[in-house]
Every structure is written in structure tokens, then in C-alpha cells.
Design a protein around this ligand. Structure first.
Ligand code: ACO
Length: 323
């Protein structure tokens, strides 16, 4: 017998304000046509003034708990993947705990930028496999609109705000890749690439800063590393690309998504794509795509999924799970 971390519920929250590409045409030299052609993005959501990451995270969590048929106090651990927490401390996760009315368990944040949700899933899996927790709420939530330099057309058109959440629960499997739950994880980082994607501010420099990116360099690494990590986690699970029902990729750029799927030998009819509607929501993008994929009826119980993501650090990784 093997203890598996099985998804019991998923949910998401998107702020009300939808910003189409055309809105940027008024303030910077860009066009709807350029943004669509280079990124696949058509619109994104931006948080309302005063709306915080933990607020959106808690709303996504409530939806996931509802699907799981669980109460907040059924949860042993809350992990929030975010680079845009409300405050320097405490963690967004403890704020979610408080917002949900939880009176027990433990909570912490994971910061691996756009790969954050994959890192959080791997941590949740380890907590469940070790017996430290039975039920873990894993959330990705971001307000990247707060770290945009609105005069930089190479970055400000790419990102959006939102949150997604998954409830994982321990269940006994027979130890084969036919089990439901997380089957394999693969995590990587390489700090030598820290300067190609970063925020030029932070607590110890007493500024908030703005996101800075060498887009072409990030693109090059993404295309190479995402297929590599997906193959690595599939190999750990004793599986290959043709057995995958759905790739649920980090939603940064449609061209990156297509190229990774191609390298994995998976057709685009088996890829969950939401980037056109959400833009890049960093750590929120995978749980948002999972939630939308389930709501659309694409992802069904028993399907084999691969999630993969790369972000600042660079940090990248993948998770293979049977839904
Ligand atoms: N509108 C119009 N023109 C633009 C815009 C814009 N919004 N942005 C850039 N351009 C211009 C450039 O200035 C350049 O003009 P020039 O030739 O006169 O110098 C031209 O378009 C081409 O620019 P490139 O940077 O070469 O365009 P590219 O095809 O590489 O696309 C993009 C840029 C979309 C940013 C791409 O490189 C990309 O998607 N990179 C990956 C980014 C990414 O995924 N980041 C997230 C990673 S995850 C995380 O942790 C946040």
C-alpha cells in the first residue's frame, strides 16, 4: 500500500475587472494584434483597488472546499504559492486560515514565482506521504498587477490577477501508476539565471519594485526546460507522453505551451489552455486552469494529468497526477 495525495476539490476566483488588450492601446505603443500573435493573450483580470491576494485565495479555497464537501476545520495544512502576499509577514496562508475561520492546522507560503504551485503541490504531497497531514489545501494566488511597470510594454501586457485552489486528501493506493493522486514530482532551480526575470525591489531594499524580464531569454529556457521536467516526472512514474490525457501547463504564452506539448508528443486537443482569458497569473495559473478544465468537462476523474511551470529564479518543475 502507498499513501497518495488525491484531489477532492478544485475552485478558483477571478476579480470582476476584465481588461481587454485594446485597453493598453490607449497608454502604450502596442496593439491587440501584437499581443494576440506573440502571446495568445486576449484579456486578463485585474484586482480591484484594495483587493488582496489573501482575499482572492480564500474565495478560491471556499470553492474548492465546497466541491470536496469539507469544512475549513477538516483541513490540516494550508499552503499558498505566491510572490505577491498582502504583507511582508505573516504569510498569506495564515491570512487565508483566518479568513476561512480555521481554528486548527498549520499554514505557510511557498515562493517559487510562476513555478510556485508546482512546488506547493510537491510539498503537500510530501506532507501527506510522511503522515504529517491528511488534508492539505493548496492555493496559488497573485496580484501581479501591483508589480507592473505600466510604461514597459514588454511586460505589462502579459500578466493578470486571480487565484485557484485544490484540496488534497490522503488515500491508500496500490503503489502503481493506476492509482489516483500524485504519482511523481520533479523540482529544479538554477540561481545563475536570476537576472533574466526578477522584481527590482524588496524588503531589504525598502522598495516594492517592478517586474523586469528579458523575454527572449526566458522564452528560450522555458521551451527547453518545461519539456525536460515533464519527461523527467513521467519517467519517474513509469509513464510516457502518449499516456497523458491532459497537460495543464503554466499559462504564460501560447507559443511556449504549444512548443512544450509538441516536444512531449501531445496534441493541442489534450492541453488545457486558459491564457487567452487570464493572461499570466504566475502561481495562480495552474490551479486556475485545473478548475476551468474541470468546469468545462475536459478533466474527468481518473484522467492522467501533467502540470509543468517555470518562473523567476529560474525555478521550474512538474507534477504527474491521476485526477
Ligand atoms: N507591443 C508591441 N510591440 C512590442 C511589445 C508590445 N507589447 N512588446 C515588445 N514589443 C516589440 C519589441 O520592442 C521589439 O521591437 P524591436 O524589434 O523594434 O526592438 C519587438 O516587439 C519584438 O520583441 P521581442 O522581445 O523580440 O518579441 P518576442 O517575440 O520575443 O515576444 C515576449 C516577447 C512575448 C515577451 C516573449 O519573449 C515571451 O513570451 N517570453 C517569455 C515570457 C514569459 O513567459 N514570462 C513569464 C515567465 S514566468 C514568471 O515567473 C513570471
Amino acid at each position: 500500500m502507498t499513501t497518495r495525495a488525491v484531489a477532492r476539490g478544485v475552485g478558483h476566483y477571478l476579480p470582476d475587472r476584465i481588461v481587454p488588450n485594446s485597453e493598453f492601446e490607449e497608454s502604450i505603443e502596442t496593439s491587440d494584434e501584437w499581443i494576440r500573435a506573440r502571446t495568445g493573450i486576449e484579456r486578463r483580470h485585474f484586482a480591484a483597488e484594495g483587493q488582496t491576494t489573501s482575499e482572492m485565495a480564500a474565495l478560491a479555497a471556499e470553492a474548492a472546499l465546497k466541491m470536496a464537501g469539507m469544512e475549513p476545520d477538516d483541513i490540516d495544512a494550508v499552503i499558498v504559492a505566491t510572490s505577491t502576499a498582502d504583507l511582508t509577514f505573516p504569510s498569506a496562508a495564515t491570512m487565508v486560515q483566518e479568513r476561512l475561520g480555521m481554528t486548527r492546522g498549520f499554514a505557510f507560503d511557498v515562493q517559487a514565482v510562476c513555478a510556485g504551485f508546482v512546488f506547493a503541490l510537491a510539498n503537500a504531497n510530501a506532507l501527506i506521504a510522511s503522515g504529517q497531514a491528511e488534508r492539505v489545501l493548496v492555493i496559488g494566488a497573485e496580484t501581479f498587477s501591483r508589480i507592473m511597470d505600466w510604461s514597459d510594454r514588454t511586460t505589462c501586457v502579459l500578466f493578470g490577477d486571480g487565484a485557484g485552489a485544490v484540496v488534497l486528501e490522503a488515500a491508500e493506493g496500490d503503489g502503481t501508476n493506476a492509482d489516483r493522486g500524485i504519482l511523481a514530482t520533479d523540482l529544479n532551480s538554477d540561481g545563475r539565471h536570476k537576472d533574466i526575470l526578477y522584481v527590482d525591489g524588496g524588503v531589504s531594499t525598502q522598495t516594492t519594485g517592478y517586474l523586469r524580464m528579458q523575454g527572449k531569454e526566458v522564452f528560450r529556457h522555458a521551451v527547453e526546460k518545461l519539456a525536460q521536467t515533464a519527461h523527467a516526472s513521467l519517467a519517474k512514474a513509469g509513464l510516457s507522453g502518449d499516456e497523458v490525457d491532459w497537460i495543464v501547463p503554466h499559462q504564460a504564452n501560447l507559443r511556449i505551451i504549444k512548443s512544450t506539448a509538441q516536444k512531449m508528443g501531445v496534441g493541442m486537443d489534450r492541453v488545457v489552455v486558459t491564457v487567452q482569458d487570464h493572461g499570466n497569473t504566475s502561481a495562480a495559473s495552474i490551479p486556475l486552469a485545473l478548475s476551468v478544465g474541470v468546469a468545462r468537462g475536459q478533466i474527468k476523474q481518473g484522467d492522467l494529468l501533467v502540470t509543468e511551470a517555470i518562473g523567476g529564479g529560474l525555478a521550474w518543475g512538474s507534477v504527474v497526477l491521476r485526477w
